[in-house]
Structure formats: C-alpha cells, structure tokens
Design a protein around this ligand. Structure first.
Ligand code: FAD
Length: 313
C-alpha cells in the first residue's frame, strides 16, 4: 500500500486532533494540521503533524469565514486529502471548503485507505444503510468527513508529538455573514459514539415515564441510553442527539441492547458494528432477532426489571 504525499487534518476542537492525526499518519507521508481558533493549536502540534497552520477566529466570526481561508490554503499547499471529524459545524465547514475548491465532500466515511496506485479510497453507506459505496479519488484534494466510528477505532499513534512548524493562514478578507446574536442552546450533550455500552429503546415503550425502566437497566450496565428515531423525533421523549441510525449516531460499542424496537435497517446500521447485540422484543418475528447475538422474546415491562435486578441495580 502506498501513501499520499500530504494529508491535512482540520479541527476547531482540540480533542479531535489525536485521532485525526492518527488517520492522517496512516494515509500520508506528511501530516499537516489546521487548527481553527487559539484553543486548538496546542493539540494540533502534539498530534504528530509536521506543520500546524492556525486560523484566527475573530470575535463574532462564523464558520463561513474560516472556510475561505482554509480553501485558499488548500489550493496553495495541495494536500491530497483534507480530513474533518463529522459534526454539525464541520459538516458546514467541509462543504464550504469543497465548494470553494470546486469539488464535493466524501460524506460520513467509515473506512479510508490508499491503494497500491496511490489513489484515496473512502467507504460510506448508501441507500439508507442497505449498501456501502467506495469512492476512489485519483488526484486533487479530497475533502472527507470521518465518522465517529472510524475515529474511535483508529489506534492512536504513540509518541506522536514532534516539533511542528507553525504558521498562520491569512484571514478572509471579508466576512460572508454577520453575527447578530449568540444564544446558549438548551440541548443535551451526549457522546453516544464514544460509549462502550448502549441500551437503545424503541416504540415498544408505551409511555415516557416508562423510560425509567430503560434508565435503570442502563445504569446497571453502566451504559448510555439511545433510541430509535420515532422516540426522539416522533414523540419527542428523548433528545435528537440520542437517536441512532443512518440519520443519527453511528456506533461501534462492545454491547448494544435493543429494547422494544423492531430492528429496521435504518436503525440497525447505527448498531450492527457492535461486538455483541442483545434484543428484547415481544414479537418473535421482529427483524431485530435476525441481527442479534442473544434474543429475549418477552414483554419489556416484565423482563427489564428482572434484568436490572439480576445485574444488581
Ligand atoms: C430515510 C429514513 C431514515 C431513517 N433514519 C432512521 C434512523 O436514523 N434511526 C432510526 O431509528 N430510524 C430511522 N428511520 C425510521 C425507521 O425506518 C423505523 O421506522 C424506526 O427505526 C422504527 O422504530 P422502532 O423500532 O422504535 O418502532 P417500531 O418499528 O414500531 O417497533 C416497535 C417494536 O416494539 C416491539 N414492542 C412493542 N411493545 C413491546 C413490549 N411491551 N415489549 C417488547 N417489545 C415490544 C414491537 O414488537 C416492535 O417490534 C428512518 C426512516 C427513513 C425512511
């Protein structure tokens, strides 16, 4: 397998650089980090990058402003890949950078590698998770958004820190949007993708207060709680950040417990990379039983308290 000549990793979140740097190191002979904002520069320097480019964030600055600076520098330095960790703001930033470069984003990449001919290959889900597509980029700068699943499973590079040359990218000449007001968001902060154990609940739960049964089981397992899309977006019983699947979080936990959910593909693509899947459903024909390692055909209202008690909750 050959390597790309140069890979850029971009983030405004310091904690992202270790894994982004590890992916960059696996793909490229040379890794350069782009740190958006002051807080990210230190972490960027210790991720194994040979060079760090900083992007100053001005008071009231928006994602839109940094994208132009990054795209300008990509055009000049010509890295073969520009890697972002998938997230709401990075999705916007990657799209802007790609548009400025006249290319498009390789979205939600779950696997990324370089072939013997030196082309970049990126795998992502298509058709609502029913299939995978592999895209091959032979030349130019590929812009890719990497899934949390990919980053979590990427082994960190030991002793990666090195002396990196630091330079500042020129700020964009003009702001493309104006910040009018900042308001704190009242959303839950949950990082399901990083959880090693997850209990996911579906429409089999009849009332919001019954979610306490699920919380109890999750506590006994020291697991995070997730859900299917209808539980978050239909009934609104859980935050959007907690739903799992093709349009939600994509996970790779050690243990995934599916409670009162049917196992539709759109949900299970977010879970079927789990090492062990346990399902509880009262319908023995539910599709989830074809995808689990252990299945319990039972009413969740009877079995959850027993499981929690057996686990010592
Ligand atoms: C484009 C698109 C994208 C989508 N993206 C997502 C996504 O990212 N994530 C997602 O989750 N969904 C997604 N969906 C929706 C998805 O197709 C399913 O509709 C959804 O996952 C079903 O949720 P559910 O399993 O909770 O509900 P249901 O399919 O209604 O299943 C409920 C299950 O609970 C069982 N049950 C009922 N009562 C009990 C009980 N007392 N004890 C035990 N079991 C019980 C039933 O037997 C049934 O199997 C998407 C759909 C589309 C079209």
């Amino acid at each position: 397998m050959s390597a790309l000549s140069k890979v850029w990793v971009v983030s405004e979140a310091p904690e992202r650089f270790a894994k982004l740097g590890a992916v960059g190191r696996r793909l490229g002979e040379r890794v350069e980090a782009v740190a958006v904002g002051e807080g990210a520069a230190q972490a960027a320097a210790s991720c194994g990058a040979e060079a760090v480019h900083t992007v100053a964030v001005l008071e009231g600055g928006l994602v839109e402003d940094w994208a132009a600076a990054i795209a300008g520098a990509v055009g000049e330095h010509a890295p073969r890949a520009v890697l972002f960790a998938a997230g709401k703001r990075t999705r916007l930033m990657a799209a802007r950078v790609a548009a400025e470069l006249g290319t498009r984003v390789l979205n939600d990449v779950g696997r990324i590698w370089v072939d013997d001919d030196g082309a970049l290959l990126a795998e992502h889900m298509v058709y609502g998770g029913k299939a995978f597509a592999v895209e091959r980029v032979r030349e130019g700068s590929a812009v890719a958004l990497l899934t949390e699943g990919l980053l979590v499973s990427e082994p960190a590079v030991e002793g990666a820190a090195r002396e990196a040359a630091v330079s500042e990218l020129p700020a964009s000449a003009a702001a493309s949007a104006r910040l009018v007001e900042r308001r704190p968001r009242t959303v839950e902060s949950v990082n399901l993708a990083a959880a090693r154990r997850v209990v996911s609940v579906g429409r089999g739960v009849a009332a919001q207060e019954d979610l306490a049964l699920v919380d109890e089981l999750a506590a006994a397992l020291e697991a995070e709680v997730g859900c299917t899309r209808p539980v978050a977006e239909g009934s609104g019983w859980m935050a959007r950040e907690r739903y799992i699947g093709v349009s939600g979080a994509l996970l790779k936990p050690d243990l995934f417990v599916a409670v009162g959910l049917s196992g539709q593909i759109q949900h299970m693509v977010g879970a079927n990379s789990a090492k062990t899947i346990v399902a509880v459903n009262k319908d023995k024909n539910a599709p989830v039983f074809k995808q689990c390692d252990y299945g319990i055909v039972a009413d969740l209202y009877e079995v959850l308290p027993k499981l929690s008690a057996a686990l010592g909750a």
